[in-house]
Design a protein around this ligand. Structure first.
Ligand code: BGC
Length: 350
């Protein structure tokens, strides 16, 4: 316990210093991850460089698009040794071999596509051969463009623009190439009985709280995001996923559903802060399929819109709750980084 408290006090400064130096800092929270993790066995660093996301990408929301904090943060979980939900081990890719431009004739990654994906559910593409989608474009409603720019296609298969992951095929992902998600980060201030903002004892900054769900697939806490359906506007995905996972809108009667919609649509149609748009360092990524997301912060400043709604886990979420935004709280994929950006933007404790 003492160890954890001490760790919490130096996490922030150490992370900040490493971030400024462009060095990896994922090790900082590794000791306090939940036992069942989608991100275990991760290499600790990478030399892969991040290209800033083009500001020409359609800006759906008000403010700036941020990049990942350091090169290392973007390609660590994508190389996790044990592929989630399987017994498959990735071909080990050292930092200096991530970049496709580095010749590596010995590279022979296993191929894996989860049986659930091969069953051809509506959300998944068929195998290449019987199917040849139009990559780098919106193809029959499915957005196959990447926020990273134009990606390569070799032997009919798209190539992960960030580099080698140690696995070919699609793993658990349905789409060849980019798989688009949207992440609604709903926040409020933590207040005391009199309604005053509570300041953190160490940073002396007000504490933000956000709606977090516990994912059923791996047990990690996460933002209640989800996949963008074919032809769906990201703004709609953000609201739909939040309603389904944090308010259980899929299981309530239509009258209740209409009430939920009315209550949250004001917040979701307000100008959110676009926190991030781009590639996600997700443990499900492969050489031929990867996650990209748009993360948007909707803040209930007065605490009287979504703050008062009864949270109820639904769909892919096993649990849901308001969680204090703090650097020590381990989260799925790149979600912790998104919250760091939100707390900086709102001058809140991190
Ligand atoms: C999740 C999002 C996440 C994305 C990338 C999706 O499955 O629902 O919350 O950002 O994957 O990791």
């Amino acid at each position: 316990m003492v160890h954890l408290l001490l760790q919490r006090q130096w996490i922030g400064p150490v992370r900040l210093a490493l971030t400024l130096l462009g060095l990896p800092h994922n090790f900082v929270t590794s000791g306090i991850r939940p036992a069942l993790s989608c991100s275990s066995y991760c290499p600790l660093k990478t030399s892969q460089t991040i290209t800033p996301i083009s500001s020409s990408c359609c800006n759906l929301y008000m403010t700036s698009v941020k990049t990942m904090p350091s090169p290392a943060a973007s390609f660590v979980k994508s190389r996790c040794s044990q592929y989630p939900g399987s017994k498959i081990k990735r071909f080990s890719v050292p930092d200096d071999k991530v970049d496709w431009s580095k010749s590596w004739p010995q590279y022979s990654p296993p191929s894996y596509t989860d049986p659930a994906v091969l069953k051809k559910p509506v959300w998944a593409d068929p195998e290449i051969g019987s199917f040849s989608p139009q990559f780098n474009t919106v193809d029959g409603g499915v957005d196959r463009t990447s926020f990273e720019g134009k990606y390569k296609v070799e032997s009919g298969k798209p190539i992960n623009p960030r580099g080698r992951t140690g696995l070919t095929g699609r793993g658990l992902l349905g789409r060849w190439g980019p798989n688009h998600a949207a992440d609604p980060i709903v926040t409020r201030w933590k207040i005391d009985a009199k309604g005053a903002k509570i300041l953190h004892s160490v940073s002396k900054r007000p504490i933000l709280q956000f709606v977090s769900i516990k994912r059923k697939d791996c047990g990690e806490w996460a933002i209640p995001g989800g996949m963008v359906d074919p032809g769906e506007q990201v703004s709609l995905t953000l609201q739909r996923e939040f309603s389904e996972e944090a308010l259980n809108s899929l299981s309530v009667p239509p009258t209740e559903k209409a009430k939920i919609h009315e209550r949250i649509s004001k917040l979701f149609t307000s100008a959110g802060f676009q926190v991030y748009k781009g590639y996600v360092d997700d443990p499900r990524n492969t050489d031929n399929a990867w996650m990209e997301t748009v993360a948007v912060n909707f803040h209930d400043d007065s605490g009287n819109s979504v703050s008062e709604l009864p949270l109820q886990a639904g769909d892919d979420a096993g649990q849901v709750k308001w969680v204090d935004v703090d650097s020590s709280f381990a989260l799925y994929a790149s979600h912790s980084h998104f919250l760091e950006l939100v707390s900086k933007e709102r001058k809140a404790h991190w």
